[in-house]
Write a new protein. Structure first.
Lengths: 429, 429
């Protein structure tokens, strides 16, 4: 399947910058759409451009993709004739089914995934009954009757949903554009009303179009929030760490790669251990700050569409090293008697084991245990909670008790997780 | 595809026990063949039996498989007319391609895998140019000319390989059996000589036929050796642990399930910690014995065809618990000064991390790091080597030095593995 992306709009409100090249969450909108469509197996892209932005789009495509994908620019010499006319211009480049989307629309991966999963093969328009990030006054509204689009307009009073700018079409649509050509100005909504494609309802997913400079900020926030949704965060992470890490991600997503963020967070973790040798309360505060930062690399990776298995693997090993180095520094500072030794050893062991039990599960079954066994969340003891507890106890001056608490907590948590995973793994598929 | 298993031989040398029901490595030979063929996607089985063993085979099939697979017994009322005649009798039950094998032949999984991988679709005979476990005087020899079997006989002087009793045929073979039927006695070798199937060469894999009581022992050993081959064992494991664990497996494979063996090995590991509290040298010896036993569950699982992901997952978590409990007991016994504390913590942490780094790699990339990165083996520090080192040092009375050695060794080993894995993971696919 191919994809057509319409980029011939005049972008008056963006100060002349082609809208597809606007960067949202560290990536051009056009890069996002092409990246997500490639994940769905699309290899050929046709972009409709105009005489003012053609150069910029060509340069971008060459730099960003080069020969990696097949792409082609089609010139619309009369952009004032609108989107439907732009679509008509690609007719000689396409046969069979294709995806149509707009260069100024930002979609999340989950939106695109769901659209493709719900698509049954015939011409369809993806619509959203409850758009989260769209101003209903500005949006193009649609009416869906008998499973098909019957009306499309901005000012529709009787409507069901909003047009998302994402369509599955085939070359049959060019008969319609040809028949409407004499009208001069040809908005896409006219074409869709004639075509009456099936309705694909995708609601609750993140998507929006970028029309003004303010929308860039809004779209970046939308992507950051989406990147932290459903990650199975613990209580501390949800209520304390994430709100702060999101702000940091928002401020840095243009400048930091995920790997740089990981290394920065690791460095601050190690620094917190060194400071703990001298002044444990300051060290513990910095350790908690490291715990917040620890979310940033993953957020940046997801928002910038740079997730990698190497990144996740490296990150989780560096986390184990930071946790060990903090406990080591704390014990060094404390110079404990022999009575505390078993608790110190238990804290070191249990801290790795919480993660080991889960990771070994993932290795054996190639599944995320927290996704398949919700009971695991009932028992606290994940990293965000442990570090927060350590910070509180160290601030309260209870360093020996910290080892007892962490030893107990992590060994209980590992045992709890192990028992539930055992139960899950032994039940027949 | 279906499979035909010939079980109508008279088994004179086995004291009347049907040969397919002889247990080798804790499983009936017939169970093994059916299990391995099912793994290749075969769901229907036709067994040719005789009037003396029919009852025993029917009972076994009902108990072992019930409705799980489709199966059928075909009676050979004249087993003295030999194997080719037995094959002829199944003609009305088969259409298209099928696998033919013998109820008294034991094959390893790798043998069956390779045979299926090399099979190109046309009628073929699997032959072995260098059989490891077969007496060449007793074997049926074959001559392969121009890629096809030209001669099959026991006493062939000019031969290339040995017949493994494993064939890929199709219903065309029944024209040949029908045309040879008038000869009375019809050995399978006659049929194969007429058919001239393609030769599939599988050499170096474990397989043999079981003809005498002595062969049972020999076949069990063959399977145990095969179960420990290519496991990427370390030096201590290869030269000390495996030779002993194989003997234990040989003695217990009929009586122990893999899970029982795991739990037994875990119990002995914990016992070694308890004894270490009182008398470290005895505890360390028992710990090394636990390390030997630790191989038995996996060996039994592979020999009995009972490998499971749960088993491997549970086993590796229990190993971490035993290692921690031994270090804890040793530290408890030692009552060390504060100077040793960092080394004790490092030993506890590093001991888990060696495994963590590998398992997290497996979780991220779904690959065995020791298979894809041979350099990992160059650095010692795996579990068998660590435990052996601990035993030696504790026997030498060097308990404080043990923590230093294990702390250093495991942290170096984790770092070495991490660095090589990083290198592997970052190279483009």
């Amino acid at each position: 399947m191919k994809a057509v992306i319409l980029a011939s709009g005049l972008a008056r409100r963006m100060g002349g910058l082609p809208k597809g090249l606007v960067r949202v969450g560290g990536r051009e909108i056009l890069y996002r759409s092409i990246h997500l469509l490639r994940e769905q197996g699309i290899r050929e892209f046709v972009l409709v451009v105009n005489r003012w932005n053609e150069r910029a789009y060509r340069q971008f495509m060459e730099e960003a993709f080069g020969d990696e994908i097949e792409w082609k620019l089609v010139m619309n010499d009369a952009p004032e004739r609108e989107n439907g006319y732009s679509l008509h211009l690609v007719r000689s480049h396409l046969e069979g089914p294709f995806v149509l989307t707009m260069a100024d629309h930002v979609y999340s991966r989950k939106f695109v995934d769901r659209a493709f999963r719900l698509h049954r093969g015939s011409p369809s328009a993806v619509i959203d009954e409850h758009p989260l990030h769209i101003d209903l006054e500005e949006a193009t509204r649609v009416k869906c009757s008998g499973g098909r689009i019957s009306k499309v307009a901005k000012n529709l009073d009787d409507y069901d949903a909003v047009d998302t700018g994402f369509f599955f079409l085939d070359d049959g649509v060019f008969d319609i554009t040809a028949s409407l050509l004499s009208e001069g100005v040809l908005p896409l909504s006219r074409v869709i009303e004639e075509l009456k494609p099936e309705c694909i309802r995708v609601s609750g997913e993140a998507w929006m179009d970028v029309d003004t400079k303010g929308d860039i900020r809004k779209a970046t926030w939308m992507l950051i929030r989406d990147a932290t949704k459903g990650k199975g965060d613990g209580w501390i992470s949800r209520s304390i760490n994430r709100p702060i890490s999101r702000l940091i991600t928002f401020a840095t997503v243009e400048h930091l790669t995920p790997n740089t963020a990981s290394i920065l967070s690791f460095a601050i973790g190690i620094l917190s251990s060194i400071i703990t040798l001298l002044h444990p309360p300051s060290g513990a505060l910095l350790y908690q700050f490291h715990s917040i930062l620890d979310g940033v690399d993953g957020e940046i990776a997801r928002v910038r569409l740079m997730e990698s298995r190497v990144g996740g693997w490296m990150d989780s090993i560096l986390d184990r090293v930071v946790d060990f180095s903090f406990l080591l520094a704390l014990a060094f500072h404390l110079k404990p008697g022999v009575g505390l030794l078993p608790w110190i050893m238990a804290a070191v062991f249990g801290t790795v084991m919480v993660s080991y039990v889960s990771e070994r599960f993932r290795g054996a079954f190639c599944r995320d245990p927290y996704q398949v066994i919700p009971y695991l969340r009932w028992m606290p003891g994940r990293r965000d909670e442990r570090i927060f507890l350590i910070m509180l106890m160290v601030l309260a001056g209870m360093i020996p008790q910290t080892f007892v608490a962490i030893g107990l907590l992590t060994i209980l948590k590992s045992t709890w997780n192990f028992a539930w995973m055992m139960k899950w793994a032994r039940k027949p598929d």
